[in-house]
Design a protein around this ligand. Structure first.
Ligand SMILES: CC(C)(COP(=O)(O)OP(=O)(O)OC[C@H]1O[C@@H](n2cnc3c(N)ncnc32)[C@H](O)[C@@H]1OP(=O)(O)O)[C@@H](O)C(=O)NCCC(=O)NCCS
Length: 231
């Protein structure tokens, strides 16, 4: 629901468009102020948006060039970009690109990169899903809080899925790291193939890596997937 001060969002008429690299100047502030400043993993790590933005700019650049990332614009408010779903496609022949990704960044960025590798160390979605040669990865979803509760995030996910199917991907995959998006993807029939729990990770490491209270009500990630080819 819109709050009483959110008069702009009450009369918003949304337009959903594919993003390209020329949109990055508008996407970047959304990633910084709406995604990195609010995403539960970032909150649990007390990571400042500035500390993760360079890495997300590189990943964002890949997504903007992928031809399958979507934006939501408020046509009543000067076509302002108010939501994004950044996506990319991973092909079988490049399946180890993330594992082999070389980067020298801030401690928070390096932690995030190593964490992804650790979480996925025993997982190979290509091996685990017969006949899959192309995976559609939902990378980063965010909606301006002034526009929350209008179904914008769900619409961005739905359009992305349609694009992934149109482009011939056989599988969709996401690390849903917010209780809201876990709800969205599970109601769209995505199934969890791996759960990553902040509290359990703290116990395993014997220290409070994640501030669990800061991420509440989200408790961790649901790594989810869905066959796009009906298999
Ligand atoms: C997560 C985010 C994208 C949601 O965007 P939004 O447009 O405000 O989402 P909505 O308010 O429209 O809610 C979408 C759905 O989640 C449901 N929802 C809202 N709060 C919920 C909660 N606490 N628990 C479970 N479901 C919830 C809504 O009821 C709605 O469900 P419906 O489509 O079945 O009616 C936005 O809050 C955001 O940008 N967060 C910060 C970045 C982030 O965490 N991104 C996701 C990483 S995977």
């Amino acid at each position: 629901m819109c709050g009483p001060k959110d008069w702009l969002c009450l009369r918003a008429i949304m337009e959903y468009t594919l993003l390209s690299e020329k949109d990055w100047d508008e996407v970047e502030p959304l990633i910084k102020n709406c995604f990195l400043a609010r995403e539960p993993t970032c909150l649990a790590l007390h990571a400042k948006p500035e500390a993760l933005l360079p890495l997300f700019s590189i990943v964002g650049d890949m997504c903007m060039n992928s031809g399958c990332s979507y934006g939501a614009r408020d046509t009543v408010n000067g076509s302002k970009l108010v939501g994004v779903m950044l996506n990319k496609i991973v092909l079988l022949e490049n399946k180890d690109a993330d594992k082999n990704f070389k980067y020298d960044g801030t401690p928070q960025e390096m932690f995030k990169i190593e964490l992804i590798k650790e979480v996925y160390k025993d997982i190979d979605l290509f091996d685990d899903n017969e006949g899959v040669e192309s995976i559609f990865e939902f990378v980063a979803l965010t909606v301006d809080p002034e526009y929350k509760g209008k179904g914008i995030s769900r619409k961005l996910v739905e359009l992305s899925e349609e694009k992934g199917i149109e482009l011939g991907c056989q599988l969709g995959k996401v690390e849903a790291s917010n209780i809201i998006t876990q709800h969205i993807w599970s109601t769209m029939d995505y199934k969890t193939f791996l759960s990553f729990d902040f509290q359990e990770y703290n116990k395993k490491k014997g220290k409070e890596v994640f501030d669990v209270a800061a991420a509440a009500p989200t408790t961790g990630w649901q790594c989810m997937s869905k066959r796009f080819d009906g298999k």
